[in-house]
Write a protein that binds this ligand. Structure first.
Ligand SMILES: NC(=O)c1ccc[n+]([C@@H]2O[C@H](COP(=O)([O-])OP(=O)(O)OC[C@H]3O[C@@H](n4cnc5c(N)ncnc54)[C@H](OP(=O)(O)O)[C@@H]3O)[C@@H](O)[C@H]2O)c1
Length: 200
């Protein structure tokens, strides 16, 4: 599969490493342009390349991994999604820690907001509940597999993300819709920051 990342920081790199290790191609993009990613993609190996956000967003599966305030800019002017899957890894920090402020969207969950900016995309919320170290680590811990919560409004899209991440070694757990599951997963929800392992 070809996977594109919007963002090339902690989260995008961690997911890219899992994908590359499993034989997928990854196109990484950031806000400063492909040239700024030359060193990174060189280190990631021949299946990785740098692109513009438009090129990354044309991939079969797209990972959104930018800071909350950057979402409108990162999602503007992308090619039509036509049902392609977008994994939303973001957390709605309107301002970052240590003086963190959580964006107030009223009834809307963070991923519903993200989906509203990506018409035609099938959005699956995932990875946002985990600290970066647990996204990057081998998900097969001695005590069990890293639980990876998923939420989304499209069952097939969730199955795609579930199959992909299970192959990486995670234990995906479907929590339902972007509204119900997303609320459990987002900042302030009971699963935010939860490091849970599933014994096999
Ligand atoms: N770090 C964690 O532990 C963690 C865990 C779970 C979820 N999250 C969430 O995941 C998201 C990403 O976090 P992170 O830690 O990976 O952030 P990060 O390391 O700061 O990386 C953010 C990336 O977004 C890129 N970016 C900025 N504006 C962009 C644009 N307009 N188009 C494309 N890319 C753009 C940045 O590129 P430039 O350098 O060029 O600006 C950078 O590569 C955040 O919403 C965060 O809350 C983080």
């Amino acid at each position: 599969m070809r996977i594109g990342t919007l963002g090339a920081g902690t989260v995008a790199q961690a997911i890219a490493r899992h994908a590359l290790a499993h034989g997928h191609e990854v196109v990484l993009s950031n806000g400063r342009g492909p040239a700024s990613l030359a060193g990174l993609v060189g280190a990631l190996g021949p299946l990785a390349r740098a692109g513009t956000p438009r090129q990354a967003a044309a991939a079969e599966l797209v990972v959104l991994a930018v800071g909350w305030p950057q979402i409108p800019e990162a999602t503007a002017g992308l090619p039509p999604f036509d049902g392609r899957v977008v994994i939303d890894t973001t957390n709605q920090f309107a301002s970052p820690p240590p003086h963190a402020r959580i964006a107030d969207l009223g009834e809307l969950t963070g991923s519903e907001y993200v989906a509203s900016l990506l018409p035609g995309a099938r959005v699956v919320k995932a990875f946002n509940t985990l600290y970066g170290q647990y996204i990057a680590a081998n998900p097969r811990h001695e005590a069990g597999r890293q639980v990876l919560f998923l939420a989304g409004d499209d069952a097939d899209a969730k199955a795609t993300v579930g199959d992909l991440t299970a192959a990486f070694g995670f234990a995906p757990v479907d929590l339902g819709s972007l509204r119900e599951g997303g609320r459990l997963m987002q900042l302030g929800g009971p699963l935010s920051g939860l490091h849970a392992l599933k014994q096999d």
